[in-house]
Ligand binder design. Structure first.
Ligand code: BG6
Length: 473
């Protein structure tokens, strides 16, 4: 649809950016923090460990001041479960509570709304030892943790996100370093979807608990949603795209919003003898979840063609890989899209396609919790980082938000990845996303000094004009 006149961004639009605890904080075993699965995983070869990261734990004041200088209205960060509860359950680490109190207060000092992700890929290692999400008790563990968060931070945090990219935990857990598979597992698909089920129930119960304890707060999920296109108008390709859309995207949102399993996913699970077992009260709990909004991460779309029955899932696939699954769909390289230096397709129009589709399915306000470009950045001798490629990527995506708003989609905010350089899930420090450059390399910690990238100044102007001026002069 071509619009002659674009609607403006809402006045209270939450312009900001995102990070996650294990990728940005460092201080990974400091001040009483227990190890998380990220601290004990095998670090991919050639990439940094997660001990120091951007050292946000010690630099948070400076970092939040820089965010305030950009004019941020929101900062989306995650709380590290094992910083709060070092063993995952039981004893609370007061120093962990103090850190997040300080971070939240620092944001509020500058009128930056904290948007808190409760769980971002970092299961406490001691809970992993107990079986992680494969155990039904994981629902109770998560609720205990949720209660501690709501009790300690709920007086100031108005926006909560439950589980970051649960769909990626389920689809590409090993790449992210999160999947625990119990010995004697004979049907891996069943095991994975049973874990997924526990997460879905935990999420629904946490949303209900939030509404009970914090009636003024808003809570929602944060999956990675990117529409799946059919490779052609061949009817079989449309079926393939529907299959992958259901498995990758709609399962998570149908469940969060309506509390039911998507029928195509259920059929897929039946086919694999992998239907999760429902515990007592699960059905009711899932129906009682009710998010207030949908948070979602968008990086790109996918494309699917009819499966020829031979596709094997690549065990090294990541969040945006064009893979495939026999009998379900075959991954297809979209010839209309360029790729980033790290091989992810770039599809700003697909962002609009995705937002339109999501809104017409769920009719809930939507908050972009991630979007961004991972690239190699260079610090020049005079302390500059010229990143026009990032500005271009963000410009084109923000334009599509405005078009979606004009399409009638309710958008609450934009929090791209990432506020500051941090460690990627599996591609190290060299894959940078931030507006703020951190002076360190993959293995050399250097000065850890912060520098403003060109995109920093550009985003500042975007926020100041509430998205009216996206130019880069
Ligand atoms: C999302 C995650 O998948 O994408 C982030 O929520 C992640 O944790 C981001 O860092 C970018 O992915 P990557 O693999 O480039 O770090």
């Amino acid at each position: 649809m071509l619009h002659k006149k674009l609607k403006p961004f809402p006045k209270d639009f939450l312009w900001g950016a995102s990070t996650s605890a294990y990728q940005v904080e460092g201080a990974n075993l400091e001040d009483g923090k227990g190890p998380s699965c990220q601290d004990v995983k095998v670090i991919p070869e050639g990439t940094s460990d997660l001990k120091i990261c951007a050292d946000h734990y010690h630099h948070y004041k400076e970092d939040v001041a820089l965010m305030a200088e950009m004019g941020f209205k929101s900062y989306r960060f995650s709380i590290s479960w094992s910083r709060i509860l070092p063993k995952g359950i039981g004893e609370i680490n007061q120093k962990g509570i103090d850190f997040y109190n300080n971070l939240i207060n620092e944001c509020l000092k500058y009128q930056i709304e904290p948007i808190v992700t409760m769980f971002h890929f970092d299961m406490p290692a001691l809970l992993d030892k107990k079986g992680s999400w494969s155990k039904r008790e994981s629902i109770d563990w998560f609720l205990e943790y949720a209660r501690v968060l709501f009790e300690n931070f709920g007086d100031r945090v108005k926006y909560w996100l439950t589980i970051n990219e649960q769909n990626m935990l389920t689809l590409v857990g090993p790449t992210i370093g999160t999947l625990i598979v119990p010995e004697n597992t004979t049907n891996l698909t069943k095991e994975i979807y049973q874990q997924n089920h526990h997460q879905l129930v935990a999420q629904a119960k946490a949303m209900a608990l939030c509404h009970e304890m914090l009636p003024d707060a808003k809570i929602g999920p944060a999956p990675n949603i990117g529409l799946v296109y059919p490779a052609s108008c061949k009817p079989e390709d449309i079926l393939a795209a529907q299959n992958y859309n259901a498995i990758r995207n709609w399962l998570y949102l149908d469940m969060a919003v309506y509390g039911v399993y998507n029928n195509l996913v259920w059929a897929y699970l039946e086919e694999h003898d992998a239907c999760p077992e429902f515990g007592e009260g699960d059905e009711e709990a899932l129906k009682n979840g009710h998010p207030d909004f949908i948070g979602f991460n968008y990086y790109t779309t996918s494309t699917a063609e009819e499966s020829d029955g031979t596709e094997e899932i690549d065990p090294g696939a990541d969040q945006q890989s064009d893979r495939g699954e026999a009998g379900v769909y075959k991954g297809y390289h979209n010839p209309h899209l360029m790729k980033t230096e790290f091989g992810w397709e770039i599809d700003p129009v697909g962002f609009r396609n995705t937002m339109r589709e999501m809104y017409s399915r769920y009719h809930l306000p939507m908050l972009v919790t991630e979007n961004g470009l991972g690239a190699y950045d260079t610090l020049t001798d005079d302390g500059k980082i010229h990143d026009p490629y990032r500005i271009k990527y963000l410009q084109e995506h923000i334009k599509q938000i405005q078009l979606s708003i004009t399409d009638g989609v309710e958008m609450m905010g934009y929090n791209p990845w990432s506020a500051i350089d941090l460690i990627s899930t599996h591609e190290g420090m060299k894959k940078r996303y931030g507006f703020i450059y951190v002076d360190r390399d993959e293995f050399d910690l250097k000065t850890l000094k912060r520098y403003r990238k060109d995109s920093f100044y550009w985003y500042k102007k975007v926020i100041k004009t509430n998205g009216e001026d996206l130019t880069n002069d």
